[in-house]
Design a protein around this ligand. Structure first.
Ligand code: FAD
Length: 464
């Protein structure tokens, strides 16, 4: 029975976003057998997200990056890249990927692995952030562009970093009135990103497109402002907004109230590295790139032989970076299999795209003072209902490490396994906002799956 649920390919790729798909297209073009696994229902990942078949397209033009995405998706179709959708990878070992698909437990055996697992939203807790109607900026993108859901009528978009502008544009296209867009970083800090944007053609086109779309929507981005709290009876009805200083500390006394029914809060992204951790891949901490990232060499190889990582999993950088790294990883695998050299231009491209992305991300690096928005009764772990006061008590009693805090109050032990609270928990519980947070421990299952999937996990064949 279990033999029937074991698949084989030369290369197994986790993630059908820009990074994973770009790698897959190149590998298939070179004649290698590939299987891409993605828990989503369509290819494209986060940025090239597609509406379900039959859903009405959003009115208006797409940003230039999405047009590039159509090219990648067309190439994947043209080369018949095999993608298994609804396939959640929950465990991994060198040459092995265990996944759940349609309620069944599967194993993919392969010689090379590419981790293109992307990132997830960075959450900064503030009073009222768990009210219905308050969500992350990324989740709003998913609702509108992935499911055609119009999330409300009057929206506030807050946070920091390049994802705010796409969120404003998407909401406007969906017919939602964006009453304010607040960027916590100062205008002067953001200006540091300008040379990197102006000297990179793709980023320049993208920035101009969003500047025009903001103008069309009649939305002015306010710099050095954020949300202090959300209020409402059973769902968000008002947002309290205010100014922050250069470190993100709230300037009390600057508060204003806005009537809204949707709040999208996007404070950057955190690389999704759990599968790499389960494999024992080395990681490194890079605050502007989102925190703990998978470490890679000049060919996207991780510290574990035969395992490559591309895109946001090696540090947030955007779609252009992810595609360039995907192509380089594919070339490195082909070179390893066929003993051929790697085209140097691929490495040069990755370096140039990373340089531009890093310069931009440095301008929007997480602001430590934003952790002072939460009050004693603000939930810091929404899976386990842990308020800030309890997390602080746990840190005082058990110690400052992430593990001590988790053990002391159960924060990070719920279904999300710390994906929502993990990046800010230590800073909130210890009050030390500018220390490097501990590397979270990755556990099997790496993603929530049914217990039957784990019990039924196919054994690797003796010869594989
Ligand atoms: C929620 C969200 C929305 C975003 N929206 C935008 C946007 O509108 N515009 C923009 O410029 N940037 C957006 N981004 C940023 C975006 O992540 C990158 O620019 C780009 O998509 C990165 O490409 P990638 O290939 O590295 O990862 P992604 O595009 O994130 O692709 C990773 C893929 O891996 C899959 N995956 C991860 N773990 C597993 C697993 N264990 N099993 C199976 N599949 C798995 C995911 O389903 C996903 O499809 C968004 C990010 C997030 C988190």
């Amino acid at each position: 029975m279990s033999e029937a649920r074991v698949l084989h390919a030369e290369v197994g790729i986790v993630g059908a976003g820009p990074g994973g798909l770009a790698a897959a297209v190149e590998l298939v073009r070179q004649g290698l057998s590939v299987l891409v696994l993605d828990e989503g229902q369509q290819p494209g990942g986060q940025i090239f997200r597609q509406l379900p078949p039959g859903a009405a397209a959003l009115p208006g033009q797409e940003p230039p990056s999405h047009q590039a995405g159509h090219g990648l998706l067309a190439a994947a179709t043209e080369h018949a890249v095999p993608v298994h959708h609804g396939a959640t990878v929950w465990n991994v070992a060198p040459g092995r990927l265990w996944f759940e698909q349609h309620g069944q437990s599967w194993l993919l055996c392969c010689r090379h692995l590419v981790l293109a697992t992307g990132a997830f939203d960075r959450c900064v807790p503030f009073p009222g952030w768990t009210l219905p109607g308050v969500t992350t900026a990324g989740a709003l993108q998913v609702m509108v562009r992935g499911y055609g859901v119009v999330p409300g009528r009057r929206a506030l978009v807050v946070g920091s970093g390049p994802l705010l502008l796409p969120t404003v544009a998407t909401l406007h296209q969906a017919g939602v009135e964006v009453v304010a867009a607040l960027e916590a970083s100062s205008r002067w800090r953001a200006l540091r990103a300008l040379p990197a944007v102006l000297t990179n053609a793709a980023r320049r086109r993208e920035a101009l497109w969003y500047a025009r779309s903001l103008l069309r929507a009649g939305v002015r981005l306010r710099w050095g402002w954020t949300v202090f709290a959300c209020e409402g009876d059973g769902r968000v009805q008002r947002a309290v907004i205010g100014k922050v200083d250069a470190e993100g500390n709230p300037r009390r006394g600057s508060e204003r109230r806005l009537e809204v029914d949707v709040v999208g809060a996007g404070f950057g992204l955190v690389p999704s590295i759990e599968l790499g951790q389960l494999l024992g891949c080395r990681t490194r901490y890079d605050a502007p790139r989102g925190g703990h990232c998978l470490e890679v060499d000049g060919q996207q190889g991780t510290s574990v032989a035969g395992v490559y990582a591309v895109g946001e999993a090696c540090g947030v950088g955007g779609a252009e970076v992810a595609m360039a790294e995907g192509r380089l990883a594919a070339a490195a695998i082909v070179a390893a299999v066929r003993q051929t050299p790697i085209d140097a231009a691929l490495r040069t491209r990755v370096a140039a795209e990373r340089r531009a992305a890093d310069a931009m991300l440095r301008a929007f690096a997480p602001l430590p003072g934003l952790h002072r928005l939460a009050t004693d009764d603000t939930l810091v772990c929404r899976c386990e209902d842990v308020p800030l006061a309890r997390a602080r008590a746990a840190a005082a009693l058990h110690g400052d490490s992430l593990r001590a805090i988790k053990v002391g109050c159960r924060a990070g032990m719920g279904p999300c396994q710390g994906r929502i609270c993990g990046s800010s928990l230590q800073a909130l519980a210890t009050g030390r906002c500018d220390v490097v947070p501990d590397l979270p421990v990755a556990q099997v299952p790496g993603k929530p799956v049914r217990s039957a999937t784990i019990v039924d996990a196919p054994e690797p064949p003796a010869t594989a």
